[in-house]
Structure formats: structure tokens, C-alpha cells
Design a protein around this ligand. Sequence first.
Ligand code: GRF
Length: 211
Amino acid sequence: MSSGAGRLRVAVLVSGTGSNLQAILDAAPDLCIEVCAVLSNRAECYGLERARRAGVPAVFVDPKAHADRAAYDAALAEGIDAFRPGLVVLAGFMRILSDAFVRHYQGRLINIHPSLLPKYRGLDTHARCLAAGDREHGATVHFVVPELDAGPIVLQARVPVLPDDTPEALAARVLEQEHRIYPAAIGWFAEGRLALQGGLALLDGSPLPAP
Ligand code: GRF
């Protein structure tokens, strides 16, 4: 893994397969970032295994060891901050985060969501898109704000919905795009081109156009 001075330190939070994490790890040498840690709320998730294989510290923060969300989020933040990241990346992290946690990382916390936000916040986005009869679907990278899946949009990718699509087939088509746009957005941040200011996502100082 590449490391060294000048590289943005990125902590990635995962709960599942971690294919987005893998895309970020693979792109890291070209993006001027160093994935400094991967943290998870699930001990057995494959995302943690991917981190270990890449030689990146893999940290399980056990929800059962903490009395409530506030205590868990404080422990999670402590675990993250020990690695001094400049950016925290949610990559399939399946927990609602408290306002205090989100405020702590304001402007340096991003997420990828498998829909063309503001459509289909929350879960089961692919099935909901099919049920609605949409002709296109996609993924969105956004800054995280306390309201779920509602933060300023950074980047979107669109895919067609095909006649015989299943949620699984559609998810796979979307995921392929996620693996492209998430590293791209992280690269912008690492280059100092992307920022959250006054509730707006700015690229090179200008508000990103609404999708
Ligand atoms: C992705 O679909 C992402 O958009 C969503 O959770 C899924 C994570 O997949 N937030 P993976 O663990 O990166 O493969």
C-alpha cells in the first residue's frame, strides 16, 4: 500500500461486503490518499477482511459493548480519531449515526447511497425503483448531514433500468458505477477541490449543480 507525507488519511466505515472499500483501496495509490483504517460494527464482515489483506488496520467496534447510540458513536469516533483521518468515508455502514457524531465530522464525512437522491432515501432502493417503474436509477455520493441521506450531493451516476431487471441485477449495475464515482469524489476531496460550505457542496469554489 502507498503511504507517506502529503497523502490524505482516509478512514472507511463498513458493515458488509466492502466492494466500495476495495475500489477505494485499489484507487488509493492514484488518488493521493492513504486508507489509514477500516472500522466496522460487524466483526465478521468481509470489509474488515479486505482491510487486513491490504495491510490496513481493521477495527471492530462492538455495538453490544455500549449502552446506547450516543455511547456507541462516542466510542466509534474515538476509534476513528486515533487514526487522525482527514476524511471519513461511509461505505455500506449500516447504522444510523447520531447528530453529535455527524457534527463532529461535518465537512469531512461522505456517504454513497444506491439511488439517485433525493429519490429513495433509506433501504431497498433497487426494489422501490423497479416497483415505481422508473426508467433510470443510479448512485449518489453526498456529504453527510444529520438528516438521513439528505446531505449536499457531490456526484451521481445513472444507469438504465432494463425490461427484465430484478433488484439484484439492477443493484449489480449500480454497484459498478459506485466503484467509479466514489474514488473519483474522494480524489476531488484529496486534491482540496471539494468542500462543504454554508450547506453547499463546492467543487473548485463553485456550488455543484443540482442533479
Ligand atoms: C452499496 O450499495 C452502497 O451504496 C450502500 O451499501 C452498499 C455497500 O456495498 N451504502 P459494499 O459493501 O461496498 O459492497
